[in-house]
Design a protein around this ligand. Structure first.
Ligand code: FES
Ligand SMILES: [Fe+2]
Length: 344
């Protein structure tokens, strides 16, 4: 019998779609950042107009890295630090200070990457088909200085594959073991480019949980505080292959709040991913939150994410897992996820 081998397991493949690479707050006007994703060296910079551009890192002339020496931005263009060739945000060579004529091949020799800056984060479009990027990342209206503020975020790099991480969205059975929670209600919904988990999870003092190293507070104590009859539900949705938005509301006798999380994984190479967890929080009905809670909440959110990370960084990918009837729709998720690796 021929078993199905998922396209995402083929070496050298990365998911077609938007991938989060930076938060807006990490890139000031005139700043150049060097990145390495999808096993490629990249530069990302913000021009004088505020526009963000992403380009292959190495100059088509004699191969200098465009961020060497810190990088140079003039207006909305980037200038190679070696001989001054100048590239616009699309990667087109627009000036060579010592040449009378720009060689024709220089025009499109440097690859520019589609960039989207939205909701306080910067995403790159990865695709090998040259088709225009899709417009599926929703706006988070609550994000921003006039609203709930800017992201508090954490980033880490682990040895893992994206296909190990995406499965978390359908994994109903891990809550009582990893997060110390008891699942009261659960539903997965699959859309074209989305997969959603609607869940109501109660904190359960009898359930096991992972205590991530370096956590600055007592996770079990926080759970018994939180379990004082808190009613919490959440909608976690992947928009595309690697960026998950999570909206949650929690009510209890002590405190009512709502929050948005953005959790993402971006492939560095075949073996590693960068993980980000970011959060903004507000009182329900926009009531102000106590300062200590507003400070603590991003750490709690990060800890919940880190509980998963403890598993991801050590696990292997089972192509043919042994599953049981209580597991979530893992095979369905794999079929859905494979779309980002198939020709369209
Ligand atoms: S290597 Fe970039 S200008 Fe020469
Ligand atoms: Fe989890």
């Amino acid at each position: 019998m021929n078993r199905h081998r998922y396209a995402f397991l083929e070496p050298g493949r990365y998911a077609r779609g938007w991938h989060l690479v930076l938060f807006s707050q990490e890139l000031r006007v005139g700043e150049v950042r060097r990145l390495h994703y999808f096993d490629q060296d990249l530069v990302v910079y913000r021009g004088a107009s505020g526009q963000v551009a992403a380009l292959d890192a190495h100059c088509p002339h004699l191969g200098a890295h465009l961020a060497s020496g810190g990088g140079r931005v003039i207006e909305d263009n980037i200038v190679c630090p070696f001989h001054g060739w100048t590239f616009d945000p699309s990667g087109r060579c627009v000036a060579i200070p010592y040449a009378n004529k720009i060689p024709e091949q220089a025009e499109h020799a440097l690859q520019g990457w589609p960039v989207l800056e939205k909701n306080g984060f910067i995403a790159l479009w990865y695709a090998t088909d040259g088709l225009p990027p899709e417009d599926y990342l929703p706006t988070i209206l609550e994000w921003g200085p006039q609203n709930w503020g800017d992201w508090t975020f954490y980033r880490s790099r682990i040895r893992a594959k994206p296909c190990d991480i995406i499965e978390n969205i359908v994994d109903i059975a891990h809550f009582p073991h990893v997060h110390g929670g008891c699942v009261r209600a659960w539903e997965n919904r699959f859309g074209d480019r989305t997969v959603t988990q609607l869940s109501t999870i109660d904190q359960d003092p009898t359930a096991s949980m992972i205590k991530p190293p370096g956590t600055l507070f007592d996770v079990e104590e926080a759970r018994s505080d939180a379990s004082a009859e808190a009613n919490a539900w959440g909608d976690a949705t992947y928009h595309g292959p690697s960026i998950m938005y999570y909206y949650t509301e929690s009510t209890s006798a002590q405190l009512n709040f709502k929050s948005w999380w953005v959790n993402s994984h971006t492939a560095v190479n075949a073996e590693e991913v960068d993980l980000c967890s970011a959060v903004i929080v507000s009182g329900l009905d926009d009531a102000p939150l106590p300062d200590d809670f507003a400070q603590l909440y991003p750490q709690m959110a990060h800890t919940a994410f880190s509980q998963d990370v403890e598993i991801w960084k050590d696990k292997v990918y089972r192509e043919e897992p042994v599953l049981c009837d209580g597991d979530g729709p893992i095979t369905k998720l794999r079929r859905w996820y494979e779309q980002f690796y198939l020709p369209i």
